[in-house]
Design a protein around this ligand. Structure first.
Ligand SMILES: [Zn+2]
Length: 182
């Protein structure tokens, strides 16, 4: 049954947001919140009263600001430390919650925001050494881009799933994809 198949959910901007199941995708399309833009081959969903072509890729009608939403809920110290796997993002030292602090990558005094993308785990030594400077000024490059850490994980999952779903590839900007159609 096609109900266990996965559906790629795109933002109104065609940015891939994640993978959802068929029942949820169908509800979004039915409510008018999303439109089907790729079908899952010739699979159909049947009930007593209707036959519905199974969606493979759907797109939200209204744009949702994912980054803003994630920013609000993910600035907690414990979340930042977990996201950075309890490693100082400047020197790589691994530490417990009492050996690490949360650093503003662009200092607040320089206009840096308290948002997940601008926060990272840092040991006290690096935090002191960096002081009121940007990573460039302090010559302390980040080991990994914090935004890339959170978004990269989802993307890896989507790319893995896309290996068996050719029609997803152009939305994930994979190398053998056809050019995106707008
Ligand atoms: Zn450090």
């Amino acid at each position: 049954m096609a109900l266990t198949r996965k559906v790629l959910l795109l933002n109104a901007s065609y940015e891939a947001l994640g993978i959802i199941n068929v029942p949820r995708a169908v509800r979004l399309v039915w409510k008018g919140s999303a439109q089907t833009i790729e079908l899952d081959g010739d699979r159909v969903l049947r009930s007593q009263h209707f036959v519905f072509p199974a969606p493979s890729v759907i797109r939200l009608i209204e744009y949702i600001d994912v980054r803003g939403r994630q920013g609000r809920s993910s600035t907690k110290r414990s979340r930042i430390l977990a996201r950075d796997r309890h490693r100082c993002q400047y020197c790589g030292m691994r530490g417990g919650p009492f050996e690490l602090t949360v650093d503003h990558i662009i200092p607040r005094s320089r206009g840096g925001r308290t948002a997940a993308e601008n926060l990272c785990a840092a040991c006290f030594g690096c935090n002191q050494r960096k002081g009121d400077r940007t990573p460039e000024e302090a010559r302390m490059p980040l080991m990994s881009n914090p935004a890339a850490l959170t978004y990269g994980m989802d993307r890896a999952v989507m790319r893995h799933a896309a290996e068996s779903r050719h029609e997803w590839r152009k939305y994930l900007f994979m190398s053998d994809a056809e050019p995106a159609v707008a």
